[in-house]
Design a binder for this molecule. Sequence first.
Ligand SMILES: [Fe+2]
Length: 464
Amino acid sequence: MSIAEDTTVTNRYLSGNFRPTYDEITAENLEVIGEIPADLQGHFLRIGPNPYYVPDIEKYHIFDGDGMIHGVQFENGTATYRNKFIASEGLREEREAGHWIYPGMNMYGELIAKGKMPNGKNTGNTAMVYHNDQLFALMEGGTPYRLSLPDLTTEGEHDFDGTLTHNFTAHPKVDVKTGEMMTFGYSPMPPFLTYSVVSPAGKAVHSKEITIPKGVMMHDCGITENYTIFPDLPLVFDFDKLMSGESMVGWDPDNGFRIGIVPRLGDDSSIRWFEIEESFLFHVSNAWEEGDEVVFQACRSNRGGIEATEGVDMTEQFGQLHEWRFNMKTGEVASKKLDSEHYSDFCRINDNLAGRKNRYIYSARFKPDGVAVFDGELKYDNETGELQVHEFGPGKESGEAIFAPKVDAIDEDDGYVICFVYDTESGASECHVIDAKKFTDEPVARIRIPHRVPHGFHASWVGR
Ligand SMILES: [Fe+2]
């Protein structure tokens, strides 16, 4: 019996709609409730962990799973669904052997204690980026995988013509005006942080080590027209804890809370560090410049962690929309909550505005039961402070939603907010298309997906 069918599995990231699926299918002309708008043309993509082999069910961590990409292609009022594993070299080896080879991250400690260096698998399971007319699947511990569209086939690892010298974050930022892509890699060993700018033609043309005191799990970054922003927050790699069987990263407030702002083509000599209050953030919404200030918006939590921490209310680790302003002249920092009511994460914007002032933020609302599952979508207005909630309804679970601009869009929110929705009662999956200007209304289209789409991580939009 596979894990997908075993109802006795207690690891929550292998049960419910986190269970993996193994079929890779293409389904055309899908059934639609409502109508797919004619001005929605392109690919909605969502990636996530989908383990083919699980070495140890109790020790499985959600970050471990092989990557699987799910796509819904919208074309002339029709929808086509496809899903495929990210065909990593590690998965190929394991399938050929007929069993697992790569340990999960919660097994690393015992292996190191036995003198064996664990071998990590580059799963490509976390997020995607579209740059230089190419789609990449990303995982922060590895090199990007190039994927084909529309069929989602893995074409191989991509090191930008040999110019990439470090691990590649799952959250690079593309400046659509210049075509540059800002990225970084972090490491538990020195150099702890390396920053790169990839040219519009797809070569890393500026790679610089940035000095930070310790190796930290730095999951995201921000850009403005002139700067790149690094959150150095103390989710610190701790080898002693790892060897004693605890999480490989731990919350260590003594390491401090800093936001680094470096000119786009700058380095250690030109980075400026700002101290902030005790905070953590996984995901950046956007950043921009306003006069002397750099405005930085993200989903902020009181502390960081990649597991439930004993004795700590999970909401301490859940994000809320937040804004910091860093004055580049005076060094002053201003900090304010944008939303003190809802916990949310996977904050997204109209990606055409990355690094420029945006009015709207879309963010996935956590279910209130302390499990990392979403059940609503927020739309926040930076101009009015208004917050709207799109409810998916009882028994429905959602995921990251992206903003897809209409063909010929004029306003920032001329477009659609799209995500997968899982019905916990029927076990069915749908893709919902919400008119961003009528955010609280019923979706304009609900596309029935002919098999279950497990919960995953990040989504992307590639317009036609
Ligand atoms: Fe992420």
